[in-house]
Design a protein around this ligand. Structure first.
Ligand code: APR
Length: 322
């Protein structure tokens, strides 16, 4: 036991996470990773000075926060070398009048470019994509790097489930900590918040709420990103997104075998293949360890396939990345 904890401790001690894109999500993620002592962070952004400024600010916070993690800001991909995990947040954020689909062309160009440069420097890393449209960009990274499917994924399910859990907790006036929520499908309007697999303190949600209330909350969850975008007016959500990525980084670096909803490449699971889609997986040191296939009712399976069809249609519009 002691031996094991020593090994785990040293793994985290020497860990390095490269965050590509030092915008709102990237910089809050860097803060979370460094200040929870998870890993050293390299922040890379195309804008001169931006990652350097964020990194210096975070370095100055160390004396107050009392940690020794290094945060480096850079434009140079050589600094990504040796990263255990690369998180891709580079791209344009969704603004209130933009759908996620509008972003496809712009962000595909950015993500393909940054992914190939990061993969060249850190060929052994695990890749987590955050840039929208999420499932499509996660798929693109896998294609660009010809990565095995354990090693690339998209962050969305943890965020969508957190939003679903939050709205359930608000409705029932219970702690969000006691809500274990499940959301399947693409990170878009067709995502599938699953009440049957959602519990509050172990009690299945349908026993605590009417189906009308569940439908209303599920709809708010699907629109969760847009709701925040409208309030912020410029930019999109970043606190809950960065917290969700940090949970995945922690699961991988600490080899925790967490069971989380993650956008992963499907190869026949749920009758789907050739795309990344949000399903429950086990996450550990090797990345995606297991894909969990839930038993779905016909209507749920149909809804999941509808969501998959929308992601596939977008994949069909991707430029050829060779
Ligand atoms: N290389 C590196 N960085 C880039 C590149 C590039 N080619 N192109 C853009 N960036 C950087 C921008 O300079 C910016 O600092 O990506 C960063 C994106 O940050 P924000 O605009 O603040 O966006 P953010 O809110 O962090 O969202 C990032 O995550 O949730 C999704 O929809 C969201 O796709 C968006 C992404």
């Amino acid at each position: 036991m002691i031996e094991h904890s020593r090994v785990e401790h040293s793994r985290v001690e020497h860990s390095k996470v490269a965050v590509i894109g030092a915008g709102a999500v990237g910089s809050t993620l860097a803060q979370r990773i460094a200040e929870t002592n998870l890993a050293d962070v390299v922040l890379l952004d195309i804008v001169q000075g931006r990652p350097q400024g964020v990194a210096l600010d975070l370095m100055e916070a160390r004396a107050v926060e009392r940690h020794d993690r290094s945060i480096v800001g850079t434009q140079d991909y050589a600094d990504v070398a040796g990263a255990d995990i690369v998180v891709i947040t580079a791209g344009r954020p969704r603004t209130p009048n933009m759908t996620r689909d509008d972003l496809l062309g712009i962000n595909a160009g950015i993500v393909a470019k940054v992914a190939s440069q990061a993969i060249a420097q850190a060929p052994e890393a695990i890749f987590i994509t955050v840039t929208n449209p999420l499932d499509v960009m996660a798929h693109l990274v896998g294609q660009v790097g010809q990565l095995s499917r354990e090693r690339f994924m998209g962050m969305a399910g943890v965020l969508d489930a957190a939003r679903f859990a939050t709205f359930i907790a608000m409705e029932l006036n219970v702690s969000a900590v006691d809500v274990s929520a499940m959301v399947l499908g693409g990170h878009g309007d067709l995502m599938l918040p699953l009440a049957r697999y959602t519990t509050v303190g172990g009690v299945p949600l349908p026993e605590l709420m009417s189906s009308e209330t569940i439908d209303r909350i599920a709809q708010r969850t699907r629109q969760g990103g847009a709701e925040i975008g409208k309030l912020l007016k410029t930019g999109s959500a970043y606190y809950a997104p960065s917290a969700s990525v940090a949970v995945m980084v922690d699961a991988i670096l600490r080899d925790r075998h967490r069971m989380l909803p993650v956008s992963v490449a499907l190869e026949g699971e749920y009758g789907l293949q050739g795309l990344c889609l949000g399903v429950p997986v086990q996450l550990g040191a090797d990345g995606v360890e297991t894909i969990i296939e839930l038993t779905l009712m016909d209507a749920e399976m149909e809804a999941l396939h509808e969501s998959a069809a929308s992601v596939k249609a977008q994949i069909g519009k991707l430029p050829d990345v060779g």
